[in-house]
Write a protein that binds this ligand. Structure first.
Ligand code: WQD
Length: 337
């Protein structure tokens, strides 16, 4: 099969590209390199000894995107193209809505024009909102998102679902990611955020490598066992392998299916810091700061549906995630630069 990864050169896309190639699939990547690097795809090619058809292109550009669909004729699209910084989305909501909704509409229009019926979408646990107590189950009604980034995910889910209602031959798989961390075991590809990291693990690794003085833990007065927030961290290679199963499911079925990708196991911010220090034998200086607006005390998945529907379950441990995140960071202190 040929899979088009829209926004495929980023952290998640590069690991999916690797897993697909290792599984014998053909991979096409479209990316504008806004928050990603062609170097990631070059390394994926080097690691697999295979070639990726790489297009430097903005998925909001319909003319260019349609030309790629016509030339490549993908069997399935994995839609990862979008802006994803929560704080930035609060400052620049219009840019977030314009970009993220636009990529989705453009992909759907190009799929309709060229007869591609299958799309797997990179959604987020954030769509459960604060109304739903963990563990989050796919049957729960979606909640109110705490920021525009989250709303774009929620709206894109709705758009994709509506498209599959109108076209009975379409297949849509909405994958709700929990907290992907870690890197490929080789340390050759990994997460490479621009500027100050928004997310916990890249901040931890940058403190460990000496690029930042200390981690600030956002609040230790939550109603959780150690007072810090609980999340469902999932190894990026487990997440990537979940996509292989999702693509198979997508091309074999019709309609819309919503599936959580997590481990189902909650860990606290302090669990992450302590495990990271222990498995890597390195100190991560930290201080306790105030809560961050919009953070929920506990977000983790009910993962029974992924196992039942996809036959997929995350295998890697928190120690694996911490070891592989550090392996990537220490071997690439400046990321891909
Ligand atoms: C995890 C925990 C923080 C940084 C967000 C989006 C989600 C997805 C992933 C993105 C929280 C704490 C963090 C720090 C800290 N989208 N923390 N100090 O908030 O669960 O999810 O990112 O692409 O949709 O909502 O992930 O990694 O930001 O935070 O104490 O410097 O770490 O408070 O408890 P989050 P995160």
């Amino acid at each position: 099969m040929k899979i088009l990864l829209a926004g495929g050169a980023g952290y998640i896309g590069s690991h999916i590209a690797l897993a697909l190639l290792e599984n014998g699939q053909d991979v096409v990547v479209m990316d504008n390199f806004d928050n990603s690097s062609p170097e990631a795809i070059m390394r994926v090619e080097e690691m697999t000894g295979q070639t990726v058809s790489l297009y430097e292109a903005d998925v909001t550009n319909k003319k260019v995107t349609l030309a790629v669909f016509k030339k490549e004729k993908p069997d399935c699209v994995i839609h990862l193209a979008g802006l994803k910084a929560v704080g930035e989305s609060i400052e620049q909501p219009i840019r977030y809505y314009r970009n993220n909704i636009d990529t989705t509409l453009t992909l759907l229009e190009c799929m309709a024009k060229t007869g591609c019926k299958n799309i797997v979408f990179s959604s987020s646990a954030t769509v459960y909102g604060e109304e739903n107590a963990a563990p989050c189950h796919e049957k729960m009604p979606k909640g109110k998102c705490s920021n525009p980034y989250g709303w774009t995910k929620s709206m894109m889910e709705q758009i994709l679902q509506d498209a599959s209602v109108a076209d009975k031959d379409m297949s849509v798989v909405l994958l709700r990611y929990f907290n992907p961390i870690g890197a490929h075991e080789s340390g050759r590809i990994g997460e490479n955020p621009r500027g100050i990291p928004n997310n916990l693990m890249p901040y931890v690794t940058q403190v460990a490598v000496g690029k930042r003085d200390k981690l600030t833990i956002f609040g230790d007065d939550y109603d959780t066992p150690d007072g810090t927030c609980l999340r469902d961290y999932i190894h990026i290679m487990d997440l990537a392998e979940g996509h292989l199963k999702a693509v198979d499911f997508c091309v074999e079925n019709k309609g819309t299916e919503i599936i959580n990708l997590g481990t189902g196991q909650p860990y606290s911010v302090l669990d992450i810091v302590k495990t990271f220090e222990k498995v890597n034998n390195i100190q991560v200086p930290y201080e306790i700061g105030p809560r961050r607006g919009g953070d929920l005390p506990a977000v983790y998945a009910d993962v029974s549906k992924a196992e039942k529907v996809l036959g997929w379950k995350a295998k890697r441990t928190l120690a694996d995630m911490c070891r592989d995140s550090w392996n990537w960071q220490k071997n690439n202190p400046e990321g891909y630069e």
